[in-house]
Design a protein around this ligand. Sequence first.
Ligand code: UDP
Ligand code: MG
Length: 323
Amino acid sequence: MTANSRPISPPTLSVVIPCYNEGENVALLFARLMPALDALGVTFEVICINDGSKDNTLERLLEAQKGEGRLRIIDLSRNFGKEKALSAGLFHSLGQAVVPMDADLQHPPEAIADMLAKWREGFEVVFARRDARTGQSTSEKLFAKGFYWVFDHLSDVHLPREVGDFRLMDRKVVDTINSMPERSRFMKGIFAWVGYRQAAIVYTQGERAAGTTKFTPWKLLRFAFDGLTSFSNFPLRVWGGVGAVVSSLAFLYIVFRLIRTMIWGVDVPGYESILMSVLFLGGIQLLTLGIIGDYLGRVFDEVKGRPLFIVRQLYEPGGDKDA
Ligand code: UDP
Ligand code: MG
């Protein structure tokens, strides 16, 4: 692919923004983002990825591009989900430092100044930590807490708390991430896994400017499970242990029954114990199969080797360019 072959000198900063049905937010976003970036005094580009929006996001982005030489638009062929859209943006970014952020202004663009300062001190990753989980219900907070707890205990990667995708990454880090071939893009995990010298800044997360969250509870649950299974083999391995314990207990029970039968003879009752063990073991086997199936599905996805995302068209400031 020819992502990095544009004949201009690379800007210092790339801001990467995945957009899905964010038509209402585009004008608001640029009204605040551009002055904030101008104030930084560095060369920059903004890359917006239209993740198969069903509203007028693309038209709005194209309008914003008129007379704005620093906005690049990647139009994906359909909705690939935020993680893949972000990957597309990282892949096409040219900046020496890259900042992914949301289109809904929950990530204040003003915070980028602090990130740049840390980057200049020599840190390769500057993540932005929320000082409060604004705009989240108690159940969402509990879910997040539970997820982090499980993730930390099951995988070797430690996820920093209250940290989303809003961060600054050095070109080295972005190149590393771009070179990772895996199809399952749990970005939080990938960011943590690559390491590098890291620092944090603190920011206050705003309310969504317009529209509603693009994540349904089901999407979030799927996302959490994806994250777990792509960074830990524990759900796959634990059944070996469970199997060992259950079969040891079964063996002891068999010995006990044999001795009992030899001493006291056969007694017919035993319906409940048979039913219980059949149902219990059947349940465990189905569960295990389901988990193995999930990993197998993941292996299948990787083996197919399909592209992570499909670009319908790249809209460069000075004219269109096909992908
Ligand atoms: N997004 C996307 N594709 C999707 C879902 C979301 O590109 O399938 C983008 C969305 O447009 C926004 C960002 O991801 O810029 C974060 O989404 P949202 O604000 O809905 O998530 P929340 O802040 O509620 O976690
Ligand atoms: Mg949001």
